[in-house]
Design a protein around this ligand. Structure first.
Ligand code: NAD
Ligand code: UFG
Length: 334
């Protein structure tokens, strides 16, 4: 059944790819974003792919009155909440800005939802809430919030807890916490890729900038980890698979709080990522081995069994699909 969905952060990387899936499935989509880390042209890219342009509200979540206004006009059935700051390193230098934007922004959203009777929310959480665990295969039942190395991660943990508390206060409230592993790739049309402002922190956006000549070389942070090839291993998930995970979550929302890992269940090393990119491109990437980056864990990946069993969702795309779509994106955004 078609629903009216408000997508916060919907001009961003994951939000825009999710908007495409929602529109393609026949849902009505409105986007709220302040364009802090995204561009208005993304709306045209969404239209190119789907033939539909979502209604756009350039509103900051910190503008409580503005957020409430959007809800009073919107008559939404559900919210998918992507908007937030996400740079781990920056959050260490600017903790107050991170807590204000991510946590206060979410409180404004929840108050506007309460005022207008919107009872469904899907929240972009992160594998980061698991912190350090004894096993690198993360399961939803593991304790969260311990040994978190940065304020960004703590904002995700705090927002999860706020949503749990609110669902106790309102038993009709339906919350789904989606814990993403490492989102990569772009829409196969070569659109809606991960193209952050400034110098990227994450591996794939950095590789993209080296490939298009905007940065001189990739630094591989550490090759002396206790893994097979000595580089860190992560669970990389194609952004289209991730977007489809939100569709499955929307279909299975129920009162209370549901929590799912969204990952492939398979770890890939930094060296394997670089090799896959070079293979797809047919050319080597300038690179060198650099010291370890502080705060990096040697390896972790998702146990995605719960999402498969309950949401009937699993990843369908692999690292070679990621590289193909990343190259298509680079070709269109040189
Ligand atoms: P993104 O930066 O591309 O998108 C976030 C969007 O939110 C941007 O368009 C930005 O302009 C907007 N925004 C930020 N603060 C806002 C505010 N106060 N009001 C209105 N809009 C605001 O990031 P993304 O990679 O698409 O991530 C989406 C969500 O998923 C984030 O919450 C992020 O923390 C989470 N997440 C991302 C990753 C990842 O590696 N990309 C991993 C785990 C979780
Ligand atoms: N890496 C490099 N060189 C780079 C960038 C990254 O070697 O220039 C390595 C990192 O050391 C790490 C791997 O590539 O081993 C992946 O790094 P990313 O920064 O792409 O991703 P992380 O796993 O560190 O971080 C991601 C999300 C965070 C989230 C975290 C934990 O970006 O939002 O997972 O879930 F908090």
């Amino acid at each position: 059944m078609s629903q009216r969905i408000l997508v916060t952060g919907g001009t961003g990387y994951i939000g825009s790819n999710t908007a495409v899936e929602l529109l393609s499935a026949g849902h009505e989509v409105e986007i709220l974003d302040n364009l802090y880390n995204s561009k208005i042209e993304v709306l045209d890219e969404i239209e190119q792919i789907t033939g539909k342009k979502p209604k756009f509200h350039q509103v900051d979540l910190l503008d409580e009155a503005g957020v409430t206004r959007v809800f009073k006009e919107g008559n939404f059935d559900a919210v998918i909440h992507f908007a937030g700051y996400k740079a781990v390193g920056e959050s260490v230098d600017k903790p107050l800005e991170y807590y204000e934007n991510n946590v206060t922004g979410t409180l404004h959203l929840l108050k506007a939802m309460r005022e207008t009777g919107v009872k469904k929310i899907i929240f972009s959480s992160s594998a980061t809430v698991y912190g350090v665990q004894e096993s690198p295969e993360y399961v939803e039942t593991m304790q969260t919030g311990g040994h978190l190395s940065n304020p960004y991660g703590r904002t995700k943990y705090f927002i999860e807890e706020i949503l749990k508390d609110y669902s106790v206060a309102d038993p009709e409230f339906q919350v789904c916490l989606l814990r993403y592993f490492n989102p990569v790739g772009a829409h196969p049309a070569g659109l809606l890729g991960d193209d952050p402002n400034g110098i990227p922190n994450n591996l794939m956006p950095f590789i993209m900038r080296v490939a298009n000549g905007h940065l001189p070389e990739l630094k591989i942070f550490g090759d002396d980890y206790p893994t097979e090839d000595g580089t860190c291993r992560r669970d990389y998930i194609h952004v289209v698979d991730l977007a489809k995970g939100h569709m499955a979550a929307l279909d299975h929302l129920k009162p209370g709080v549901s929590i799912y890992n969204l990952g492939s269940g398979k770890p890939t090393s930094v060296k394997e990522i670089v090799t896959a990119f070079e293979r797809a491109r047919g050319e080597e990437l300038p690179k060198s081995i650099a010291p370890r980056r502080s705060g990096d864990l040697p390896e972790f990946w998702a146990n995605p069994a719960k999402a498969k069993a309950e949401l009937n969702w699993q990843t369908e795309l692999d690292i070679d699909d990621v590289m193909r779509d990343t190259l298509a994106y680079i070709a269109k955004h040189a």
